[in-house]
Design a protein around this ligand. Structure first.
Ligand code: HXC
Length: 260
């Protein structure tokens, strides 16, 4: 592949992306961001691809954070002039309209936890561990952790985790609402691919709209979110896949999706 820090593989309609710096526990540096940005943009633009799974290589980590060895070289002016960390929001979150899943296979710490929380669905291995230990480095989350973790698990746990740096195991993360499901470690990738294939089998325009409306719940007031939901619903009723989907139900057969 054209990448040095990630592996990208198309498996049918699902793109599998693997963070591939296992010796650094898949720490996230600027090269990883650039490559992930390219891979996600290619996924979003490729009509044959309908879901994406992101996981980490090696036995131990999804990603153990932003790359501390890169950050140690930078001063405040560098961070400001590079608008450090902003690319994660613009490329990975805003730049990806189609659904994607984080399959968290081990440590998801700092930026690793924040990257997982950018995903539409988090599936966790029973060995996964989540944390925002940045306070131990004299800093704080910088890729969305203070906002997304708090929205996902509430103030009580988010504040405790940020202030103490303690990790949450997979079971606690599921209880707290951070992850959709916990899966036995050895079955994580199989399960994530199956989940992705299920999503890939759905009408793709409806998948984008479903993602967009659930995300609205985190961006706006209830009144505005409900109105956004209705508008997207109404737009979907104009699609060929709505006509096909409802006809197929009445005729007791599977729908054949056009993607429009
Ligand atoms: C760079 C890292 C790294 C990281 C691990 N490594 N985490 N390199 N950035 N975030 C490297 C180690 O230096 C080491 O390299 C190798 O990966 C293996 O790690 P070990 O520490 O030897 O493994 P282990 O003893 O099993 O401990 C695992 C661990 C620990 C508990 C996950 O690595 C750890 O605490 N990592 C840092 C976690 C963290 O603080 N994350 C938040 C980063 S800040 P060598 O070369 O020695 O073999 C962040 C956002 C910051 O994400 C925002 C502020 C602006």
């Amino acid at each position: 592949s054209e990448f040095n820090n990630i592996l990208v593989e198309k498996r049918g309609a699902v793109t599998l992306v693997t963070l591939n710096r296992p010796k650094a526990l898949n720490a996230l540096n600027s090269d990883v961001l650039r490559e992930l940005g390219e891979a996600f943009a290619a996924y979003d633009a490729d009509k044959s691809q309908r879901c994406l799974v992101l996981t980490g290589s090696g036995e131990k980590a999804f990603a153990a954070g932003a790359d501390i060895k890169e950050m140690v070289e930078k001063d405040a002016v560098d961070f400001y002039l590079e608008d450090f960390f902003s690319g994660w929001q613009t490329k990975v979150v805003k730049g990806t309209r189609k659904p994607w899943i984080a399959a968290v296979n081990g440590f998801a710490l700092g930026g690793g936890c924040e990257l997982a929380m950018m995903a539409d669905i988090i599936l966790a291995s029973d060995k996964a561990k989540f944390g925002q230990p940045e306070i131990n480095l004299g800093v704080a989350p910088g890729m969305g952790g203070s906002q997304r973790l708090t929205r996902a698990v509430g103030k009580a746990k988010a504040m405790e985790m940020c202030l103490t740096g303690r990790m949450m195991d997979a079971e606690e993360a599921e209880r707290a609402g951070l992850v959709a499901r916990v899966v036995p470690h050895d079955e994580l990738l199989t399960d994530a691919m199956k989940t992705a294939e299920t999503i890939a089998s759905k009408p793709p325009m409806a998948a984008i709209a479903n993602k967009e409306m659930v995300n609205s719940a985190f961006e706006t007031t209830l009144e505005h979110g409900l109105s956004h939901e209705r508008r997207l619903f109404q737009i979907l009723t104009a699609s060929e896949d709505k006509v096909e989907g409802m006809k197929a139900f009445v005729e007791k057969r599977d729908g054949e999706w056009k993607g429009r």
